[in-house]
Design a protein around this ligand. Structure first.
Ligand SMILES: Nc1ncnc2c1ncn2[C@@H]1O[C@H](COP(=O)(O)OP(=O)(O)OP(=O)(O)O)[C@@H](O)[C@H]1O
Length: 200
């Protein structure tokens, strides 16, 4: 996908741009930057959730989004939280649930799962959609270190296997490097995207 952003404003206040971003299958990039700089806004634009911007988004790829808070259907069991939005088979949903360590939890409702389990469920759902590009908005924030580490390993494994590309929004450069992502940083006002020097 390719974004040529000339500018993004909220109520006349410029937040982003101009900036260019391209990401393809197999390519991993992370976008860092201070709170309020526009990281989530950029991700929403890439996801096609915000079309009110100047410029052009060209995207032929299939995209899946993982938000910081798992957005699940509270009245549906875990397995249906994967099959209903993605159209994948129940067997595939169960296979993915096992892969993210949720075997045996298929018939539980989201409220019966811990936050870490809910996040793994939303990760399984994202991969069930067979995306070309996975967009993640601080998916490991507010998890304890061990759970965050396991989620990262899991994400890396699923990315390796599927060949999907990644745009990861994060505050944490170590997390981004751990996933093998090229580091970019939003900086300035309105924010531009610059390659992080640590990326080498
Ligand atoms: N729907 C909206 N209406 C008006 N202003 C908004 C809206 N969404 C975001 N903003 C503003 O745009 C700027 C960028 O917000 P954004 O959420 O993209 O930042 P962020 O870098 O993701 O921050 P954080 O790291 O804290 O999540 C902020 O100043 C925010 O207040």
């Amino acid at each position: 996908m390719r974004l040529e952003l000339t500018g993004k404003s909220f109520a006349g206040r410029p937040v982003l741009g101009p900036l260019h971003l391209t990401v393809e299958r197999g390519q991993r990039m992370a976008v860092l930057g201070p709170s309020g700089i526009g990281k989530s806004t950029l991700l929403r634009i890439l996801a096609g959730l915000d079309r009110d911007f100047g410029g052009r988004l060209e995207s032929r790829e299939k995209v899946a989004v993982v938000f910081q808070e798992p957005v699940l259907l509270p009245w549906q069991r875990a397995v249906a939280n994967i099959t209903l939005p993605t159209g994948c088979t129940e067997a595939e949903a169960r296979r993915l649930m096992a892969e993210v360590g949720l075997a045996g939890q298929e018939d539980k409702f989201p409220r019966q799962l811990s936050l870490g389990q809910q996040r793994r469920l939303s990760l399984a759902r994202a991969f069930a959609a067979r995306p070309d590009i996975l967009l993640m908005d601080e998916p490991f924030a507010s998890l304890d270190r061990e759970t965050a580490g396991r989620m990262m390993d899991l994400t890396a494994r699923l990315l390796d296997r599927s060949g999907a590309g990644l745009v990861l929004i994060t505050h944490d450069a170590a997390e981004a490097s751990g996933l093998g992502a090229e580091l970019f940083r939003l900086a300035g006002s309105p924010a531009a995207l610059v390659r992080d020097e640590r990326a080498g």
